[in-house]
Design a protein around this ligand. Structure first.
Ligand code: UD1
Ligand code: CA
Length: 454
């Protein structure tokens, strides 16, 4: 059967105490809903329908490019009512898988297994055993062990409340049955809502087979209702990610102090010190070392490169055998070749630096092409912005830029040129030649220091 997925995400998320809709709160750098959509896509569904409500405009904006159809549910009259909003868009020949926008870590394998248990004439419900089932719908079975109904916490009597097998909410059901049952739902219950879970009793009455799939992966089915649960899931997810890296050959000095908000590919014998954040796609070559307190976002770091403490590296390609930091900032569109040294308090933006060049102290290099074996002295500034436009600086191979120099772009420093310290360079400089611009040094022998008045 073709698969249609319905993701419920209309709820308010009251307990978040937030102006942001719950499903847009982020886990590992991505909105909760994005995790669910990403997993849903791995099942190769025919369609994904997302039922939204609270914070509709924000949800629509955030998901403008997501491969889902957005269906508004106003007002929100319960999970059954929410699914009913999607049914006009789903044909009878499909299997419908219900997911939740606030259950972000549901796994593709679990869902595949669940879907494989349902067919044109049977359904499957994902369940979990909880030591403390409080708050969840209970799975009620008959004497033969078949599922009879699901009873919500607020509707359960003392005996039913003892049941520890609970409804995760996730289920797979043929569309034709679902459509019919949804039309039969009433809101005669403790919460005055149209419960999706009431379709179970209708299925049982028709003697339709209701399979249950029990999962041991509690985190996969945990919902986010408040910020404590969000933090717990974040920690769990981070632990999983970091464990995976360590098992693949990365040394992590403290697994609790590395955060991965994206995907990391790492070579063998990478060493990561404490308080490092890796965001977006990050690739680390063989034997890369990352010092403490560093943020790396959308970057590729070459083999044997060492990044010292307190660096921020964003949208940058760093070659092999480089030394970066401490306290370096590499901004977007920076490309460093092999054996480049970038030292403390150096900022590089939208520039390329060829092999064996050094920018070791206190410099700003922006919109610049730096050749190979260039040495840029302390306090060198490329003046790339005239207040209206950005201009380029080109620094030839083997050039030597003396300390405290301003290169006023657009400007070209010739190959092998030497620029004397303290220069303000406003015109192109010839190759293999010393250029400087500097007031002549004077000494005044007759001068005397002022003395304090009596
Ligand atoms: C639901 C289940 C319960 C299950 C639990 C698992 C029902 C009636 N109960 O209870 O059996 O144990 O989930 O977490 O289904 N939503 C909408 N529109 C609505 C109402 C809800 O989109 O009108 C969405 C919410 O955003 C949320 C999800 O549906 O993502 C679940 O709704 P919620 O009210 O939290 O249901 P529970 O009471 O937790
Ligand atoms: Ca819930």
């Amino acid at each position: 059967m073709k698969l249609a997925i319905v993701i419920l995400a209309a709820g308010q998320g009251k307990r978040m105490h937030s102006d942001l809709p719950k499903v847009l709160h982020s886990l590992a750098g991505q909105p909760l809903i994005t995790h669910v959509i990403t997993t849903a896509l791995t099942l190769q569904p025919n369609q994904i329908h997302l039922v939204y409500g609270h914070g509709g405009d924000q949800v629509k904006t955030a998901l403008a490019n997501a491969p889902v159809t957005l269906i508004e549910q106003t007002p929100q009259l319960g999970t059954g009512h929410a699914v009913a909003q999607a049914m006009p868009f789903i044909s009878d020949d499909q299997q419908v898988l219900i997911l939740y926008g606030d259950v972000p870590l549901i796994g593709a394998t679990t869902l595949q297994h669940l879907c494989s248990r349902a067919d044109a004439n049977s359904m499957a419900v994902l369940t979990v055993e909880l030591a403390n089932p409080y708050g969840y719908g209970r799975i009620v079975r008959n004497a033969q062990g078949w599922v009879e109904k699901i009873v919500e916490e607020k509707d359960a009597d003392a005996t039913l409340k003892l049941i520890k097998e609970v409804n995760t909410g996730i289920l797979a059901v043929p569309a034709s049955y679902l459509r019919r049952w949804l039309n039969l739902l009433t809101n005669q219950n403790a919460q005055g809502e149209y419960y999706l879970t009431d379709i179970i009793a209708l299925a049982a009455q028709e003697a339709l087979t209701i399979h249950t799939v029990a999962t041991d992966e509690v985190h996969e089915v945990m919902g986010v209702n408040d910020r404590l649960q969000l933090a717990q899931l974040e920690r769990y997810y981070q632990t999983q990610q970091v464990n995976r890296l360590m098992l693949a050959g990365v040394t992590v000095k403290d697994p609790a102090r590395l955060d991965i908000r994206g995907t990391v590919q790492a070579g063998r014998d990478v060493i990561i010190d404490v308080n490092v954040i890796l965001e977006g796609p990050v690739t680390l070559g063989q034997r890369v070392k990352i010092g403490p307190h560093t943020v790396i976002r959308n970057a590729r770091i070459g083999d044997d490169t060492e990044i010292f403490a307190n660096c921020v590296i964003e949208e940058t390609i760093v070659g092999a055998n480089c030394r970066i930091g401490p306290f370096a900032r590499l901004r977007p569109e920076t490309v460093l070749a092999e054996q480049v040294h970038i030292g403390n308090f150096v900022e590089i933006k939208k520039s390329s630096v060829a092999h064996d060049s050094k920018i070791n102290h206190l410099s700003y290099i922006g919109d610049t092409e730096v050749g190979y074996a260039v040495n840029i002295g302390a306090g060198t500034i490329t003046c790339n912005y005239d207040g209206a436009n950005k201009h380029k600086t080109i620094i030839g191979d083997r050039a030597f830029i003396g300390s405290d120099t301003q290169l006023v772009a657009p400007v070209i420093i010739g190959t092998g040129a030497t620029i004397g310290a303290g220069s303000t360079i406003t015109r192109n400089t010839p190759p293999e030649t010393l250029t400087f611009s500097r007031a002549a040094q004077t000494s005044v022998p007759s001068w005397q220091r002022p003395k304090k008045k009596k």
